[in-house]
Design a protein around this ligand. Structure first.
Ligand SMILES: [Zn+2]
Length: 276
């Protein structure tokens, strides 16, 4: 029985089922299809305990991005601020060694005006809330925040975190035993874990160092990062602890580390002409 007006005849090409089709399936097949333990990081040369390939990180990050954005009021799709975030991100990636990383970087402004935060998903999806963005005083500060997040991606902190939690192993088992409806609950768990991920102190210091290096390489004054930390410290004085602080610990000590990074990077002082 066709619907009224539905012309019988050759079937049209089969539509993809459901809204969460290809990307999800690809992500899961990718995860199931690969079980490894240590890999050499193609950018840093460091050997790491991860069990996702860079391509899997990209797939999973893209899968999680809409849900992540939804928790912060969604992405700001247009307008000068959203464009500026993308533009500064573009400058950071295309003028530094980040361009050689096997990731698909993209930079998003989130509509949330209350939560002071910035974060990165594995594979290169990077976010900053309007609450943090609106407190920044210069493009160099924005570059510092985004470069720090690029650091998390390059260092594969998310993938390391997931390997540590044996989350990918759980995913593999669950997917294998629920072949009929392999995705939603399990992937939701993986995404949930990504959304609530808290990096360790070492990860933060490592990313701060990337923040200094990439921002400077892209033509921004790395000292702007110190201003960012001061903004975050000040925000802590308010009634509500900014979320950036719980996911990015100890800004006080981080300022000292950032200063040391800058001295190491520029033993003769920061050159003139870098954008503040
Ligand atoms: Zn961080």
């Amino acid at each position: 029985m066709g619907r009224p007006g539905y012309r019988q005849g050759p079937q049209p090409p089969r539509q993809q089922r459901g809204g969460c089709g290809a990307g999800l399936i690809i992500a899961i097949i990718a995860i199931v299809g690969y079980i490894g333990s240590s890999q050499k990081n193609s950018v840093t040369g460091e050997t790491q305990r991860v069990n996702l390939s860079p391509q899997q990180e990209v797939a999973l990050g893209l899968q999680a991005a809409p849900e992540m954005a939804a928790q912060y009021g969604g992405t700001v799709q247009s307008g000068p601020d959203a464009e500026r975030v993308k533009e500064v991100g573009y400058i950071l990636v295309h003028n530094t060694m980040a361009k050689d990383a096997p990731y698909e970087f993209d930079f998003h402004l989130l509509a949330d005006t209350k939560t002071v935060n910035a974060f990165a998903l594995p594979g290169g999806q990077i976010f900053i809330t309007r609450a943090l963005y609106s407190q920044l005083q210069s493009e160099g500060q924005l570059a510092g925040v985004l470069a720090h997040e690029v650091g998390h991606v390059i260092e594969r902190h998310g993938a390391e975190h997931m390997a540590k939690q044996q989350l990918t192993q759980g995913l593999t088992t669950a997917v294998a035993t629920a072949s009929d409806n392999p995705n939603s609950a399990v992937l939701a768990q993986a995404i949930g874990s990504m959304l609530n991920m808290k990096y360790g102190r070492e990860d933060e210091l490592e990313s701060d160092e990337w923040g200094v290096q990439l921002a400077a390489e892209a033509g921004y004054d790395p000292r702007a990062m110190i201003g960012v930390m001061q903004i975050l410290e000040k925000a802590t004085g308010g009634s509500r602890q900014p979320e950036f602080m719980s996911t990015h610990p100890n800004p006080g000590n981080r300022i000292e580390h950032i200063k040391t990074n800058i001295e190491q990077h520029f033993p003769n002082g920061v050159p003139p002409g870098l954008r503040p």
